[in-house]
Design a protein around this ligand. Structure first.
Ligand code: APR
Length: 283
């Protein structure tokens, strides 16, 4: 971190910092009671904790959108390769510098795949919870806009938004749903410089202030959900670690185990929609 800015980094398997994740998880794991029960065994405790909670913080990843039809990046047998390039390469700051049109082609392809998809039960369950607590903050690694479309307010988009473009010179923004004239790259109407997708690429800094707001919410929360993330990418995964260390009850929802599973208080194995519905039913 430099000057309050946060660098978007890869897990070690793709050239980044998985080591850090494992070391942190191990430290925290020593401090909590580990659960190996099934989701059903843990549900009563999780529901009771949620009922008592006042300040809830939620971190979501690609898995929360899986039931909408959005492919995840890792796991689940999806081919995270595009035109022979791993997604981590085509989504990197280096390619942006070398080949902006290729980056546009990749994000146009992804935007086209997203355009008809709808929020699912998990997005709706989270949107419905937002008025039940003194504070309810969602930080998402997703760029798909589905939390907002489900009705969640003030979503902290850690990795940007695929439906926006940003000027590479003056940072002016346009909404691609309504202002896209089809030129690639789009030309900024303010200063005529080329525009880029307003998403955070590997090796770039997170949007100013967004991570700090998420970290502040994580520090203050008493209940933290970690939903549908492989728990490998930093700095997003610092957030539930911050919450845990600040004393919050931490609950992971994921069909698979992750590096965070042994660090949290309850790892509920299952799909986000189904498990969230079970957790929040009759709240
Ligand atoms: N419900 C909940 N979780 C699910 C579901 C589901 N129905 N289906 C899959 N998952 C889980 C997978 O088990 C996996 O752990 O979602 C997780 C998705 O992991 P990733 O694909 O690694 O997504 P994410 O953690 O969001 O990736 C972080 O990496 O590639 C970058 O910028 C990209 O924001 C992304 C970041």
């Amino acid at each position: 971190m430099a000057n309050g800015a946060y660098l978007f980094t890869l897990p070690r398997a793709q050239g980044g910092l998985l080591d850090t994740a494992v070391a942190r998880s191990a430290t925290i794991a020593g401090e909590v009671t580990m659960h190996t029960n099934t989701a059903n065994d843990l549900l009563p405790e999780v529901r009771a904790r949620l009922k008592r909670a006042r300040r809830v913080f939620v971190l979501t990843g690609a898995g929360v959108s899986a039931e909408s039809g959005v492919p995840t990046f890792r796991g689940g047998g999806n081919a995270a390769v595009w035109k022979g390039m791993p997604f981590s390469l085509i989504s990197s700051a280096g390619v942006l510098e070398r080949d902006l049109p290729a980056v546009w082609e990749w994000f146009d392809y992804r935007r086209n795949a997203l355009k008809d998809l709808q929020p699912n039960a998990a997005h709706h369950a989270l949107a419905q919870m937002q008025d039940d607590f003194a504070s309810f903050v969602i930080a998402t690694q997703n760029i798909d806009d589905l939390h907002t479309r489900a009705g969640s307010r003030d979503v902290l988009e850690l990795h940007g938004n695929i439906w926006r473009a940003r000027c590479t010179n003056c940072q002016a923004l346009i909404a691609l749903r309504t202002e896209d004239k089809g030129e690639r790259p789009p030309v900024c109407r303010t200063c005529s410089a080329p525009m880029r997708p307003d998403v955070v690429l590997f090796g770039e800094l997170l949007p100013a202030g967004i991570f700090a707001r998420a970290a502040a919410a994580a520090t203050r929360c008493d209940f933290c959900f970690v939903i549908g993330t492989s728990a490998l990418v930093y700095p997003a995964m610092q957030l539930p670690e911050i919450a845990r260390q600040a004393g919050a009850y931490t609950v992971e929802i994921n069909p698979e185990r992750t590096p965070f599973s042994d660090s949290c208080h309850a790892a509920l194995q299952g799909g986000a929609g189904e498990v969230l519905t079970a957790v929040t039913g009759d709240k």
